[in-house]
Design a protein around this ligand. Structure first.
Ligand code: MG
Length: 378
């Protein structure tokens, strides 16, 4: 039995993780999890699984949950996520939170010697260098759940990183891939939320439409696979069947293919080093590839520049994007304003190299607060 913690249990990745665990009750024991603000989903989770510690989003719900589930220890908020990370039982710490709130719990879980399964790419975007230092210092493992990175991880199993020529991560192009930049001026939130291939949370679906998601993934790949940015490429592949390719120095290319089902990369991380029994076969059809269009998707180009510059700049880009996507989801700004806000924040920022975790978290909070305040009032 593998012990697991699950942050973001009520989100898209969290629920799919629970699906796998429910199908394999003898393989996993859930020690702790964090819930969201949908009480129907929360109660369904608590009635099906039996964690020892649960973090709620808001303090106001603590007493009612505690009285309904007296056998569980309840905690709440950001401190609740830290309570899970520091809980004195080892286990695989699955971070399926969306956004920058995922960073600090990962840091604390590493310090408490928990292996990390990471769906929260923001952790590596904001603090990849520090996280890599920490996993060495504390001797823990870091497993990616993001589908492209899981594909690359699988392709690289048994290979030496020294033999890699370059990595390619594929991009479906998101909800607006067939629209020109001119067309983007009048797109709606409702259309932005319709991803052609994947069923995912709102934030990442919008990030896929702006291609910011691929930008964050390039930075994530840089930190996971220790390659310079010149050796990490992206390609448009509308079917999302091939998730990642590795070109080796002997001219061999290896790729990983599967249907667009997040339960596959989640299972791989959950069962590693074994493979899961999970049936969702791929039927091969015509596959299409197009070179990435950096003029059509300027945020991806920006992400490469920001990744190369490093320091606090990736945090600034990520924070501005997170705030902008929140504003777009609330109907406060247009789709193209997301790009504008991210570019402005990055261009105005005085970068600083070798930031501490505290610098990173403070900068993230300041940038987000400033942007939300500025546009919320309009
Ligand atoms: Mg991905």
């Amino acid at each position: 039995m593998k012990r697991v913690y699950l942050l973001g249990a009520a989100g898209s990745i969290g629920l799919q993780t629970l699906d796998i665990i429910k199908l394999n009750p003898h393989d996993f024991e859930i020690v702790g999890l964090s819930l969201g603000s949908n009480h129907d989903i929360n109660h369904k989770i608590l009635n099906e699984h039996h964690p020892q510690i649960v973090s709620l989003r808001e303090e106001s719900h603590l007493s009612i949950y505690q009285s309904m589930y007296p056998q569980i220890d309840f905690t709440w908020g950001n401190q609740g996520l830290i309570d899970l990370a520091t809980y004195p039982k080892d286990g695989l710490f699955i971070n399926a939170l969306s956004g920058s709130s995922g960073l600090y719990p990962t840091v604390e879980a590493i310090k408490h010697h928990k292996d990390i399964a990471l769906a929260n790419k923001e952790t590596l975007v904001m603090a990849g260098d520090l996280i890599n230092d920490m996993i060495k210092t504390y001797g823990v493992n870091l497993y990616p759940i993001d589908s492209e990175h899981s594909a690359l991880w699988q392709v690289l199993r048994g290979e030496s990183y020294d033999d890699i020529e370059k990595l390619i991560i594929t991009a479906s192009g998101g909800s607006f891939r067939d629209l020109s930049r001119e067309d983007l001026k009048c797109v709606t939130l409702e259309n932005a939320l319709k991803h052609p291939n994947w069923s995912m949370g709102a934030k990442i679906t919008i990030d896929s439409a702006t291609m910011m998601n691929k930008g964050l993934e390039v930075i994530e790949a840089h930190h996971l696979f220790h390659l310079p940015y010149d050796h990490i490429e992206t390609i448009l592949h509308q079917e999302s069947v091939i998730h990642g390719l590795v070109y080796f120095k002997d001219s061999t290319v290896k790729a990983s293919l599967s249907v667009s089902d997040m339960r596959i990369p989640i299972s791989y991380a959950l069962y590693y080093p074994k493979r899961a029994e999970y049936h969702h076969p791929l039927t091969l059809t015509d596959l299409h590839f197009k070179p990435m269009d950096f003029d059509r998707f300027p945020l991806l180009k920006l992400a490469y520049e920001v990744g190369r510059k490093g320091g606090l700049l990736p945090t600034v880009m990520n924070a501005a994007n997170e705030a902008a996507v929140k504003l777009f989801l609330r109907g406060k700004i247009s789709f193209l304003d997301i790009e504008k806000i991210v570019f402005e924040a990055v261009n105005q920022f005085q970068n600083k190299q070798h930031p501490s975790i505290e610098d990173i978290i403070l900068t993230n909070d300041q940038i987000q607060l400033e942007i939300v305040n500025r546009y919320e009032k309009r």
